[in-house]
Design a binder for this molecule. Structure first.
Ligand SMILES: NC(=O)c1ccc[n+]([C@@H]2O[C@H](COP(=O)([O-])OP(=O)(O)OC[C@H]3O[C@@H](n4cnc5c(N)ncnc54)[C@H](OP(=O)(O)O)[C@@H]3O)[C@@H](O)[C@H]2O)c1
Length: 268
């Protein structure tokens, strides 16, 4: 029987109670990984654990709020306490609410909250994860950070706080990739287009209201702007996540991998 891609590897996923993080947690566990599922919602985290246990996979839920410095450190510490190591970290959380406004209309608290959670907490996660990986024997460790095409190739209108924070995620991933390449740690970021998750439909509702059109009209406009004509399924994104975090991607580091159905191919 062939060895599974993540057999005996420990996978930490801050932001895996729903959407892409959930699909990735399940996929990692199916490939033999020991998965730490994390987020603020315990009930949703437990559903992911139940699903993984249903096929005899290995997973633990650790409740953690990425707005809390203590929780961020505790998440790495607890992972090490339970499983003894970290082989892969997929930092998938992001702040999406209160993102839609003109740049002159955001208030300072809103701007700070986006930078704090989507950008600074991502750095703090990486900081603790890298320190943990450096204490382990040299290997092929992988960190993947969730970015967005809105942050990869330029500023997007009407969601600039989100896009600015994601640009920071991209930049810090590239810096870390260069600094730790010789230590056996690969760092990449995932520049998502539109994924079919709960979050995106809440966001589309808000955006439709902002433009004064219906959600159906917005959905049609969005789909027609995507060469593949549809949103990505969480499973399609998880497939890419697993590849980038596997040894099959051993020569990929410092890359912003775009997964957007061709949407940005005109300008990136
Ligand atoms: N969906 C898209 O179209 C799209 C496009 C480009 C990029 N992305 C990025 O892809 C990532 C995943 O998005 P998704 O669509 O899968 O969204 P989602 O279903 O809303 O998932 C977001 C995850 O992050 C967690 N999270 C959010 N804030 C957190 C906090 N303060 N502390 C701890 N966990 C937190 C959520 O868990 P709790 O709520 O339980 O805390 C959830 O597990 C995000 O970084 C997003 O920006 C998404």
């Amino acid at each position: 029987m062939s060895r599974k891609r993540f057999q005996d590897k420990v996978i930490l996923i801050p932001g895996s109670t729903s959407g892409v993080g959930k699909a990735s947690a399940i996929a990692f566990a199916k490939e033999g990984g020991k998965v730490v599922v994390s987020g603020r919602r315990e009930d949703r985290g437990q559903q992911v654990i139940d699903k993984i246990k249903s096929f005899s996979g290995e997973a633990t839920f650790i409740k953690a709020d990425m707005a809390s410095r203590d929780d961020i450190k505790k998440l790495t510490d607890e992972t090490i306490r339970i499983y003894g190591r970290i082989d892969v970290a997929f930092n998938n959380f992001g702040k999406h609410d209160e993102a839609i406004a003109l740049i002159a209309d955001y208030d300072e608290e809103c701007f700070d909250a986006h930078m704090d959670i989507s950008m600074k907490s991502m750095w703090l996660c990486m900081k603790h994860q890298i320190k943990a990986m450096l204490k382990q024997e040299k290997g092929d460790y992988a960190i993947l950070n969730s970015s967005s095409i809105s942050g990869v190739g330029g500023g997007w209108p009407f969601i600039s706080v989100y896009s600015i924070a994601k640009s920071g995620v991209d930049s810090m991933s590239k810096s870390a990739a260069q600094e730790y390449a010789q230590k056996g740690i690969r760092v990449n970021s995932l520049g998502g287009g539109f994924f079919d998750t709960e979050m995106i439909h809440i966001y589309f509702e808000e955006l439709a209201q902002f433009y004064g059109i219906t959600k159906k009209q917005l959905d049609e406009q969005i789909n027609s702007s995507i060469p593949l004509g549809r949103l990505a399924t969480p499973q399609e994104v998880a497939n890419t996540v697993l590849f980038l975090c596997s040894s099959e991607a051993s020569y990929i580091t410092g890359a912003s991998i775009v997964i957007d159905g061709g949407m940005s191919s005109k300008y990136l």
